[in-house]
Design a protein around this ligand. Structure first.
Ligand SMILES: [Zn+2]
Length: 440
């Protein structure tokens, strides 16, 4: 007999049933069929014979020994028994209980360590403050836009990345990340749902979507509302920073349009293709407007759709032509000085609060060319009048005026200068362009 029984019942009828259930011949075959044993003892409805027996008897298989203590391994039913002796993967009941207890202890210790580290993190953060008068211009604009997108949660309570959807047309997480990296927006583990932070090996990981953020405390101890109000009076000086933020925002506005157009024609683009398009569009935005690039995207995506229907083409192959087509299209436009058409903003694509704040502060929108935004930003931040810029203009302007007067074309030079400024050129490039035209 390879099965050792430990009776938990004293009822002779039940004992007899149990012994018959587990009885085997020399070769390990069960003597009776389970179906033959049903109905001998009355059982409650829904109780199977195996579970009825399990409740009244522990069965141990002599053919399976615990790898840890060499004790017999408990089996639950006939199919778990082995006909020949073999090492068991399963532990015996006692060893399993010991192991579970150790695992539970370790788990509790890990949970306690997580709580301790998060408390320490919160304590450290509460001592860090920000002097908001020294933060970069682009960060000021981002905070003003964020406040509008999640109002009043930036200054009261906390917010999640999902709450920030209204901030920008795309890449909302990246914009938020810029503020986190600058230490202006902090994680607040005390407000996050349980389970948001967890162990992955020896590292603490988090579910990004569940993280709750808040504004970093002010060095001057002003309320968050007061901080945001003070940012509204900001005097901007960082032309490059503002232009970069405009580019970040505008490329998001074009990429969302691309995404919607591709979805319309079932074009699927890979992460790498999207990145390639993003770079192309970003550099095109230094010259063109968002609405002009919408028209380029519209044309290219439609061309790819008609390509997909052609022989020897399929949808993935056609979609793969989109990055190259956008690039070639823009190169042709530049080479042949083609005037790009401008699309109007689709109703379902709002500008987002960052677009609104940029519009209010710089007076730009989707129809403003990157070239013009660059000049506007330079003018707005006052760098055009800075001593170095003036000093750099001194020589070319003197040369231009000397040539103009010598040829008696002063008035036409001035008219051309005004025209170039209106078209978005800055003073330096306008002077350079007229100068080179006069010299040639
Ligand atoms: Zn054991």
């Amino acid at each position: 007999m390879a099965i050792r029984l430990q009776m938990l019942t004293e009822d002779p009828k039940e004992i007899e049933l149990i012994e018959r259930y587990w009885a085997v011949d020399e070769s390990g075959q069960y003597l009776e069929k389970v179906s033959a044993l049903e109905g001998i003892v009355e059982m409650a409805q829904g109780v199977t014979l195996a579970s009825f027996i399990r409740q009244r008897c522990n069965a141990f298989d002599e053919n399976q020994v615990c790898p840890k203590c060499a004790g017999l391994v408990e089996i639950k039913n006939r199919s778990q028994a082995k006909k020949v002796s073999q090492p068991s993967i399963k532990l015996c009941t006692l060893c399993q209980e010991d192991q579970d207890a150790i695992a539970l202890e370790a788990q509790k210790a890990k949970a306690a360590e997580l709580a301790r580290q998060l408390t320490e993190y919160v304590r450290k953060q509460s001592t860090r403050t920000v002097d908001y008068s020294t933060i970069a211009d682009r960060q000021v604009l981002l905070l003003l836009a964020l406040d509008r997108a999640v109002t009043p949660r930036l200054t009261h309570g906390g917010f999640t990345v999902g709450d920030c959807r209204g901030l920008a047309p795309r890449y909302v997480g990246d914009f938020l990340q810029q503020l986190r990296e600058a230490g202006l927006v902090l994680d607040d583990p005390t407000k996050a749902r349980p389970g948001t932070y967890y162990w992955e090996g020896d590292e603490i990981w988090m579910f990004r979507d569940q993280v709750v953020y808040r504004l970093a405390p002010d060095a001057a101890s002003r309320s968050a509302d007061e901080v945001i109000r003070s940012l509204q009076d900001r005097v901007y000086t960082d032309a490059e920073g503002l232009f970069t933020l405009w580019l970040d925002y505008s490329v998001a506005d074009v990429m969302r349009y691309l995404g919607a157009q591709c979805a319309l024609y079932n074009h699927e683009l890979s992460e790498r293709e999207l990145e390639e398009i993003n770079s192309t569009l970003r550099s095109a935005l230094e010259t063109y407007s968002v609405s002009q690039l919408w028209s380029v995207v519209w044309k290219v995506v439609r061309d790819a759709a008609s390509l997909a229907n052609r022989e020897y083409y399929n949808r993935p192959k056609a979609a793969a032509t989109i990055p190259g087509k956008i690039r070639r299209n823009l190169e042709k436009v530049q080479r042949e000085s083609i005037e790009l058409k401008a699309w109007s903003r689709p109703e379902q694509h709002p500008a987002g609060t960052l677009g609104m704040v940029l519009g209010e502060i710089l007076g730009v929108d989707e129809n403003t060319s990157g070239h013009r935004v660059s000049s506007l930003v330079t003018w707005f931040t006052g760098q055009a009048c800075s001593p170095t810029v003036e000093a750099e203009l001194h020589e070319p302007v003197r040369e231009l005026m000397t040539i103009a007067l010598a040829h008696d074309v002063g008035s036409s030079v001035m008219l051309r200068f005004a025209e170039l400024i209106r078209a978005g050129h800055d003073v330096g490039s306008a002077v350079e362009e007229i100068g080179s035209a006069l010299r040639s």
